[in-house]
Ligand binder design. Structure first.
Ligand code: PLP
Length: 475
């Protein structure tokens, strides 16, 4: 029986063999804290996603699925699926076994860490942790902060980035009107709230408007006042480069399921000192150096916060996504900017459509566009897009209630309470964008094709909902 796939290559010597911990008294864990710079050849073609040919039922029969919902979760990349399939053939424990498969799986886990370190532009002494999601990363960081750290966060943040720090130590800044306003608000707050440890938390790209925040400038401002900065890259990671070192930021977090690697891994990367001194996130096997009747000595480095058996498949999936995104960065940017330009231009031409923005029309954006359609409930718009046109978008307040409430504020109280969000990625096509524009224009001009009723469970189409088809379970 062949144990290894024929294409098997032994772990590259780039993975340091130096042991940093022996989790549960087992085999040494290779330590990877160091940025490994791989020069990757640029590939001009777009990488493909799993399910690119998906067809979905609509009122008018099957149609190609127009995926305009990447800001919620991205599909998996084909390269990610291939990496996972391959890793599963030798799947074994991480840092807990002496067998060959365990050794190989452990090495791949640490290589995945090195790949992610490169993807985020980590400095040699940064720690790169695998978590579950951005939400999980912030929960970890929040627990590891030195006591009495003051956290500064804008009301425009996603709830996962707004809330984990605890109300008593959070200075919540208002949703800014302009970028200059944002700097001024932050500077004033930093001057007003002196404390030994301070952390500014900002998003790299808004999950509502797609607007890109110039994090390097915020980092400069934070550091000028002796504070650290943590960057929420959940909406940036699939679209643009994350660069901790170039931004001079202290921490960054992002999610695999928004980065074409939906296998349950996320990342927190950044300065080691607070992480090494902070309370271990998951107390248990793997996070300890030694346990005796007299006490527990906790590990430092990644092991400290990665108690329990790690999600190695998630880590490998994420590393594969990072490698692919780096390789295809130019092609991805061209594809997305073309689709985004058409989406914005098309929506601009539809009467009654209002695109949400914090900093104004000309601000730099990734492919995330939230909009309202005058006279139409956003929940109905998104249902019509799905049922009548086979388009996937999201509606609501996108877990950013303070921001959406602010942007939709209507002095007469009659404005729409929620918005529709179309978000672009590698699963989106120009045809899908055109279909969305045509569908919204058609809705404004003629109303929906079907009859819709609002119920306590939301909008319901008259007659059978075409999406209620019987589909076999995948297991
Ligand atoms: C900007 C931003 N931050 C944080 C999160 C939370 O990410 P996750 O649900 O992967 O924890 C999201 C999710 O939509 C987001 O868009």
């Amino acid at each position: 029986m062949s144990v290894l796939p024929s294409t098997h290559v032994l772990p590259s010597p780039a993975v340091p063999a130096a042991p940093s911990a022996t989790p549960c008294g087992g085999s040494p864990a290779p330590a990877v804290r160091t940025r490994v710079l791989h020069a990757v050849p640029t590939v001009e073609a777009l990488p493909t996603v799993v399910g690119a040919g998906l067809r979905v039922p609509t009122l008018h029969g099957d149609t190609a699925y127009a995926n305009l919902d990447h800001a919620a979760s991205t599909p998996a990349l084909e390269t990610v699926k291939a990496a996972v399939d391959r890793a599963l053939e030798t799947y074994s424990s991480v840092h807990r076994g002496a067998g060959f498969a365990s050794r190989l799986t452990s090495a791949w886990y640490e290589q995945a860490r090195a790949e992610v370190a490169t993807f985020v532009g980590a400095r040699p002494d940064d720690t790169v942790l695998f978590t579950r999601t951005t939400t999980d990363s912030w929960a970890l960081l929040s627990k590891a902060l030195p006591s009495r750290t003051t956290v500064f966060v804008f009301g425009s943040e996603h709830h996962s980035t707004l809330l984990p720090w605890g109300r008593s130590r959070t200075v919540r800044l208002p949703v800014p009107q302009t970028l200059d306003d944002a700097y001024a608000l932050l500077e004033e707050a930093l001057v007003d709230h002196a404390s030994r440890h301070r952390l500014v938390v900002v998003t790299a790209a808004s999950n509502v408007t797609g607007e890109v925040w110039p994090v390097a400038r915020f980092a400069h401002l934070a550091h000028a006042h002796g504070a650290r900065i943590a960057v929420d890259a959940a909406q940036l990671s699939a679209h643009r480069r994350i660069d901790l070192a170039a931004w001079d930021a202290d921490y960054v977090a992002f999610s695999g399921h928004k980065t074409y690697a939906p296998y349950g891994a996320g990342v927190l990367a950044g300065r080691s000192d607070w992480l090494d001194a902070g309370t271990p996130y998951l107390l248990g096997g793997g996070a300890t150096r030694s346990v005796t009747e007299d006490g527990t000595a906790w590990a430092t480095g990644a092991a400290r916060h990665e108690g329990g058996s790690p999600n190695v498949i998630g880590a490998i999936a994420l590393a594969a996504a990072c490698a692919t995104l780096r390789r295809h960065a130019r092609a991805i940017e061209q594809h997305e900017s073309r689709l985004l330009a058409r989406l914005r231009d098309g929506l601009d031409g539809v009467p009654g459509v209002e695109v949400l923005s914090i900093f104004g029309n000309d601000s730099d954006r990734v492919g995330v566009v939230a909009f309202t359609v005058e006279g139409w409930d956003s929940a109905l718009v998104s249902q019509v897009l799905s049922v009548e046109h086979g388009i996937g978008v999201r509606d609501g307040k996108f877990c950013a209630h303070l921001l959406v409430d602010e942007l939709l504020e209507d002095p007469w109280g009659e404005g729409p309470a929620t918005a529709v969000r179309a978000s672009i990625g590698l699963g989106s096509t120009l045809e899908g964008v055109e279909r969305l524009i045509t569908a919204v224009a058609g809705l404004v001009e003629h109303g929906p094709a079907a009859t819709w009723t609002r119920t306590s469970a939301g909008w319901v189409v008259e007659g059978p909902d075409p999406r209620d088809v019987e589909v076999e379970r995948p297991w």
